[in-house]
Design a protein around this ligand. Structure first.
Ligand SMILES: [Zn+2]
Length: 236
């Protein structure tokens, strides 16, 4: 290609890399080995025209919204692209993430809503059905609905079936989670553990399943502590 075409090619390439790094925890592990491509095979490689696999035999996940959770209609007008999503099977584990973007401290509801929509947009641009996570916790401790739980998430490459994805907004390699967010995280995860009959042994962080920096040093340290025998999540 000539000089101009090559320059344009490089610019597009750079813009694409920047977009991938910008949104979603998977881009936060810059030294991660086997950095994933722009999309999960389980979602992007499937075309709408392909036959849908039969739902797992296990009981389907209930679709009701837990008490106190902000419905997705509070932050987006868009629904999931159902043809790109797999149905959620029996929920057998939960994985905790950060968004890995710029540090985020705002307790303003509209700020959180905008950040959610930007994450959803970047995930949809990767060819996903919707935002990858099922629930999101903001710095004020609000819990937001992400992808409806009747749909499998897109938050841990190759480990999404039966895996409920919960993300805490912010970058916990460069900030600490707020006490309000941690309080909400403990309570909400404990509620989900009761709902799906899980124990703390079924609660993971992203980096415990895949090579990534997610959910950041300070949230990883907190998760280790809160799941330990005398920790708040373990006692909840
Ligand atoms: Zn993650």
């Amino acid at each position: 290609m000539d000089q101009a075409a090559r320059r344009q090619f490089l610019q597009v390439g750079l813009a694409t890399s920047a977009a991938i790094l910008l949104a979603g925890c998977e881009g936060s592990g810059q030294k991660a080995t086997g950095l994933p491509g722009p999309s999960w095979p389980s979602e992007s490689s499937r075309r709408a025209s392909q036959p849908r696999p039969a739902p797992p035999q296990a009981q389907p996940a209930p679709t009701g919204l837990p008490q106190g959770v902000q419905a997705r209609t509070e932050w987006t007008r868009s629904g999931p692209i159902a043809a790109l999503a797999d149905p959620m099977g029996r929920i057998g584990r939960i994985t905790i993430h950060h968004d890995g973007m710029t540090p985020f401290y705002s307790v303003n509801k509209a700020d959180a809503a905008r950040r959610l929509e930007s994450i959803r947009n970047s995930h949809v641009q990767r060819g996903w059905a919707d935002i990858g996570y099922h629930y999101i916790i903001d710095p004020s401790g609000r819990v937001w609905q992400g992808r409806p739980i009747n749909l499998q998430g897109a938050h841990v490459k190759d480990e999404n079936p039966g895996n409920l994805g919960i993300m805490v907004m912010g970058n916990f390699d460069s900030q600490r989670p707020t006490p309000a967010a941690l309080n909400s995280l403990d309570q909400f995860v404990a509620m989900q553990m009761r709902q799906y009959r899980l124990s703390v042994r079924n609660i993971y962080t992203h980096q415990e399943l895949r090579p990534t920096a997610c959910p950041g040093r300070s949230l990883q340290a907190y998760m280790t502590q809160t799941r330990a025998m005398s920790g708040r999540m373990a006692r909840a």
